[in-house]
Design a protein around this ligand. Structure first.
Ligand code: LLP
Length: 425
């Protein structure tokens, strides 16, 4: 049997002409559970986490999985068991960490629009830190904490005004973005935080964007953050932890981000040189821990030749895989049974009634109706951003662990879709 790895997609490979996730043949999973079907490799998630852990070895460091990338309970459980904390952005995400058995004292809470109710819930849960994004939020958090007789641990999210060189929708650290406090105002905000009775300053954080494939933006942001740490501490406000925000990008289409341990070697050299290497260091990776650990299996429903375009109509759609419609994002698409011959060039589209419902454009595919395709790099920002548009139930999810395939989410049924709705009269 010949085996070939899929470069850039660790733990997925072809063997005997069939695509596997670890020890499980994807065609068997598609037959047993139906499509669309998300399939994740646990080993791939742990390998990705391992690169960050290796980078931080011997340091006082915490990896907080940015669960917005994939918040399915069994995925959270994998990272909780591996010792991760969690970066959350809503009360709903906090509930999920608790349901997955995560350690709430390792949770950090980011986001520009935390409500009072969410603050109360997070304070009651005893989370590690609120990443505060504005002066107004600081005042509200202090009064909410005082009302509970508590002091909220805070870090200010500083906007370092560094270009992450990524898609404008996922770039967050520039002056025009809604996120964080401007670098030049940060010292004033820290001084206010230190005066407020309901707050306890514990750290500093930044986040410059997502799908970052170069080390330079991280190194530039770190320089600017360390300058600030110096000034804040000179003003008498100690900073216990430094949080560098989200993680690296992944290979979607030949992208070549540095390995996480290489990036950290560079960042730690700078931290050590500037005397901050012994601080508690934090990072909030999402995409890089799960993105290439997942595929979405989908059946070819119809081939529709056209005058200008050929369409390959599949049973997954923009409600399952929203990234192409939202960001014109690229995902590799491959038949899961190896084929020979080049076939035709297709636009791969879903059944949703929108021209924006495309998953891949101009793809050479040798396929026929009934074949199963895998959409790669589907572990991050797919299920967590999925919707019920066109009254389509959410897909099922499988977590593969060696030869075992665990159903971690059942396909959503019509009753679940309509639960909570009420007819009038
Ligand atoms: N921390 C904060 C405060 C964030 O806003 C994010 C992502 C992360 C961490 C994780 O970043 P990562 O390691 O995944 O790059 N839906 C978009 C991505 C949006 C990212 C938003 N923030 C996509 O599908 O490309």
């Amino acid at each position: 049997m010949n085996t070939s790895d899929l470069p850039g997609f660790p733990h997925f490979h072809f063997q005997g002409g069939q695509m596997y996730a670890e020890g499980c043949a994807l065609e068997d999973l598609a037959q047993a559970h139906g499509t669309p079907l998300f399939v994740y490799s646990k080993a791939s998630m742990l390998a990705a986490l391992g690169a960050y852990q290796k980078g931080f070895a011997g340091r006082n460091a915490r990896i907080c999985y940015a669960m917005k990338a994939n918040s399915s309970l069994a995925v959270l459980q994998v990272f909780a068991k591996a010792g991760c904390g969690f970066d959350i952005v809503s009360g709903g995400e906090l509930d999920r960490v608790a349901a997955a058995g995560g350690d709430l004292s390792k949770v950090i809470f980011s986001g520009v629009g935390k409500t009072r109710a969410e603050m109360q819930k997070a304070l009651a849960a005893g989370i590690a830190c609120f990443n505060v994004e504005s002066d107004a939020e600081l005042e509200v958090l202090s009064s909410v904490a005082q009302g509970l007789g508590k002091r909220a641990p805070v870090s200010i999210r500083v906007n370092p005004n560094v270009d992450a060189k990524t898609h404008p929708y996922i770039s967050t650290g520039l002056k025009g973005n809604k996120f964080g406090v401007a670098h030049e105002n940060a010292l004033k905000t820290y001084q206010r935080a230190a005066q407020l009775p309901g707050l306890r300053v514990v750290g500093i954080d930044c986040h410059i964007g997502s799908q970052i494939t170069q080390a330079t933006p991280y190194l530039d942001a770190m320089d600017r953050i360390l300058d600030l740490v110096h000034d804040i501490e000179a003003a008498g406000i100690p900073i216990e932890h430094i949080d560098f925000g989200g993680g690296l990008g992944i290979n979607y289409q030949g992208d070549t981000p540095p390995p996480a341990d290489d990036l950290w070697a560079q960042l730690l050299r700078k931290l050590d040189a500037r005397g901050y290497g012994k601080r508690l260091l934090m990072i909030e990776p999402g995409r890089s821990l799960v993105g290439n650990a997942g595929v979405c299996l989908t059946e070819v429903l119809y081939l529709k030749p056209g005058e200008q375009k050929n369409f390959c109509i599949i049973d997954a759609a923009m409600n399952d895989l929203p990234r192409p419609a939202m960001y014109e994002a690229f995902h590799h698409i491959t038949p899961i049974t190896e084929t020979t011959g080049s076939g035709l060039t297709y636009d791969v589209v879903g059944p949703v009634c929108e021209s924006g419902d495309w998953i891949g454009r101009d793809r050479a595919l040798n396929v026929k109706a009934g074949d199963t395709l895998a959409v790669l790099s589907a572990g991050a920002y797919c299920m967590s951003m999925s919707s019920n548009y066109n009254s389509r139930g959410r897909a099922a999810e499988i977590l593969v662990d060696g030869n075992a395939a665990h159903v971690i989410r059942h396909r959503e049924n019509p009753a679940q879709l309509m639960a909570g709705e009420v007819l009038v009269g």
